[in-house]
Write a protein that binds this ligand. Structure first.
Ligand code: GLA
Length: 729
């Protein structure tokens, strides 16, 4: 990895191991142009790619048609309302109602290491494993600078990019748009890849053609959302799982976002990613800085898989901070699908005793333990233990669970308030709402305005007091509705547009406080399943609940889309009971175990009530988890076949970094009559090594396994699965 500045020609070149990213300072005005991003190249001066020797030339040459220049030049940080009609990176109202800006190069720094972004999650690196380029741009008329930051990491082909805007003028400015990354490139034969979904079917992969004009995904729900994901991929027409060109952009942020491509009249693309401009208007007082969240950019010439493995490595090594990052997580049993709200101490202890016999390591008490919460209509905000349900209190329960030999974890939904709660009766104004308008309920609840200090302090103290009161080693932090009715009593009338971003900052501050006071806590984020599964949250919690849909077959597509970007170690996945509570499907217990193995692995069922044969299978699954979890957590992930595409079977593989071991999980979703075995070609093995198939004893060479493949015999029935384990001889 290296970052160079060619002073003579004004060219910046950022090299990761296999990719290059080139920018150049052009013309007397010092426009910063984007020249290249892709597979590694040797030359530094590739300014010809900016095409400024073609009509309409540079502004100094073609002042007459300056607009034509500005509307086609590949800007690294495009300005607004001065001639470039494509989307701008930043929009700033100057207080007189004007909204125009134009940023040019001022200075830069190249240094070892990477700086944190204040108040925001971001990738981290030290002086020996990362390097950063910071470029200061300026708009002299506004008195504003923009600092663009690019960081790279040893051995990983990604660039972490962000932007910060500083108001050096003597008056307030209002920021109404800030894209953390903007990238102009030629439009080749790319398709747009995004992840879409809904509750219980998050992150399904979706491809579309890129037409003229703008194509985008985004969220204005105050969280990254079930519906669209802060990710955008450009996939070349020839690209597949392990070959061809792919660009990926992933946003390290948990709130409103916009991810967009704009194809213009010259068939060039402007890719942008940043905070969604809707409802965004942020005051920058004199001297203030606005730091925009980070975008991870990745280029792969080894298909989607190359992108995936770079992101997995980055997140495991440079984003997740939890001490659990490199540790096997305790196998937990969660009582949500087991009991919903209908439980008490005895019931939980029964579950714990049975779980202990099967080798399960932690009991998680989900929603319903506080206030008068016997259904989802009340008590959010009243975080005191319901002693009718839990006689003897929380400490008694936790001690008993510990005595049985299990760790204890608990559920919270700290950001919420039920209209039916003591908290709401005392502080109705703490709910986010607009004066004179009845706020919209969702799941019969409102969102607390945690941007106000007294509210976030209350929330924090509630959670912390519970954690201080007993030996609680895990927290599931839930968030079960999006934001609306946006207004805050803590903000002035000119600043209401700051609420959504300040809300996200407040969530981050709360979680930062929590993991600082309880550094050994295992935190799992959650939002009605997977509505806040994003890189931002990974900075605080090493795992996130992936979806409320625990059906093994539904999970195939959900987990395929999730694992496209996120390491398996982060994906909350549990074995649940059948018929599945979301879709009513019956699947073999074994398949449910194999599918949950591609995640954190745990149980979400009433172990005292499930069929005896299932219960008897648990110790074997627990042993399977212990046997494979190091590999799953640390290994390289390969997607071999996708049920989404072939409609019959699904297959993924994990290979250890030293290529000595591989695990393949094959799910036969539908059996096919009168058909033959499926042939799958493995990936990532050492072509020269021999591998023994633990099941069959067969020994085959890595090149055979990868090029000729193996055959998986048809199984009897639908939804069956098979785990294949290979070890190098
Ligand atoms: C959300 C979560 C579930 C469960 C319920 C409890 O839906 O995703 O796992 O915790 O809330 O109300």
């Amino acid at each position: 990895m290296d970052i160079l500045f060619d002073e003579k020609n004004g060219v910046f070149k950022i090299d990761t191991e296999k990719t290059s990213y080139v920018m150049a300072i052009m013309d007397t005005e010092k426009l910063l142009g984007h020249a290249y991003y892709g597979k590694k190249i040797s030359d530094v001066d590739v300014r010809y790619l900016l095409r400024t020797s073609e009509n309409p030339f540079l502004p100094s040459v073609n002042g007459r048609d300056r607009g034509s220049v500005l509307d086609s030049f590949p800007f690294e940080f495009p300005g607004c309302n001065v001639g470039d009609y494509r989307e701008s990176a930043v929009e700033l109202e100057d207080g007189n109602g004007c909204n125009a800006n134009f940023f040019t190069y001022r200075s830069h720094r190249i240094f070892a290491g990477k700086k944190p972004i204040k108040g925001l999650p971001a990738t981290f690196g030290n002086e020996s494993d990362s390097m950063t380029l910071e470029i200061d741009l300026e708009d002299k008329v506004l008195g504003v600078t923009a600092t663009l930051s690019y960081s790279i990491f040893q051995g990983i082909d990604v660039i972490a990019r962000s932007a910060a805007v500083t108001n050096h003028s003597k008056r307030s400015l209002f920021l109404t748009r800030i894209m953390s990354a903007s990238l102009d490139m030629d439009c080749e034969d790319y398709r747009l890849l995004t992840l879409h979904g809904s509750w219980a079917r998050e992150r399904h992969m979706d491809y579309r053609e890129i037409g003229y004009g703008k194509s985008s995904v985004g969220s204005v729900r105050g969280e990254s959302s079930h519906q669209e994901h802060p990710f955008l991929g450009l996939v070349s027409g020839r690209a597949g799982q392990e070959q061809g060109e792919v660009y990926g952009f992933h946003f390290v942020y948990s709130g409103n976002f916009l991810a967009q491509v704009e194809k213009n009249q010259f068939d060039s693309l402007r890719v942008q990613m940043g905070i969604h401009p809707k409802n965004f208007r942020f005051e920058l007082k004199p001297g203030e800085v606005f730091a925009a969240p980070e975008v991870i950019m990745v280029y792969s010439d080894r298909g989607l898989g190359g992108m995936t493995r770079n992101l997995h490595d980055l997140y495991r090594e440079h984003l997740i901070r939890s001490p659990y990052r490199d540790r096997k997580r305790p196998i937990l049993i969660n009582n949500w699908e087991a009991t919903y709200f209908d439980f008490n101490t005895e019931k939980l202890l029964d579950i714990a005793r049975e779980a202990k016999k099967c080798g399960i390591e932690m009991l998680v008490m989900d929603d319903g333990w506080f206030g008068r919460r016997n259904d989802d209509n009340s008590s959010l905000g009243d975080w005191t233990v319901n002693v009718e349900k839990l006689p003897g209190g929380l400490k008694y329960l936790v001690d008993e669970v510990n005595r049985i030999g299990l760790k204890f974890g608990i559920w919270f939904e700290p950001e919420m308030i039920s209209p039916e709660s003591d908290l709401y009766r005392a502080h109705p104004d703490w709910a986010i709402s607009i004066d004179g308008r009845t706020p919209c309920r969702m799941r019969n609840q409102y969102v607390l305005d945690i941007t106000r200090k007294e509210v976030s302090d209350y929330v924090y103290e509630c959670v912390a007091a519970v954690l201080r009161s007993a030996n609680i080693e895990y927290v599931k932090w839930d968030m079960n509705r999006p934001l609306c009715d946006l207004a805050s009593k803590g903000l002035g009338s000119a600043n209401q547009g700051e609420l959504s971003h300040r809300y996200v900052l407040a969530v981050y501050a709360l979680q930062e406080r929590l993991i600082s006071e309880f550094p050994n806590l295992l935190l799992e984020n959650c939002s009605g399943g997977g509505a806040r599964f994003d890189p931002g949250m990974l900075y605080y919690s090493p795992q996130i609940w992936c979806s409320d849909d625990t059906d093994a077959i539904e999970r195939l597509s959900i987990q395929e889309g999730t694992a496209l970007l996120y390491p398996l170690s982060t994906i909350g996945a549990h074995v649940s009971d059948c018929p599945n509570h979301t879709v009513g499907r019956n699947t073999p217990f074994e398949t449910r175990g194999h599918v949950a193995l591609a995640g954190t692995f745990g149980y979400e069922l009433d172990i005292t009530k499930i069929p005896e044969a299932d219960r008897q299978a648990i110790p074997g699954q627990v042993a399977m988890y212990h046997k494979y979890n190091d590999l799953v957590r640390r290994g390289d992930y390969y997607r071999i076949a996708s049920y989404r595409e072939n409609h019959f079977f699904d297959c993924y593989e994990v290979v250890s970094k030293d290529q000595k071991e591989a695990m393949i999980v094959f799910v036969q979703v539908l059996n096919r009559p009168n058909f033959r075995s499926r042939r799958i070609r493995l990936c990532g093995l050492d072509p020269k090594r021999n591998y023994r198939n633990e099941d069959t004893g067969e020994i085959l060479c890595g090149d055979t396994l990868m090029n000729a493949g193996i055959t998986v015999p048809a199984m009897w029935g639908d939804f069956c699965s098979k785990l294949i384990h290979l070890s190098a001889e």
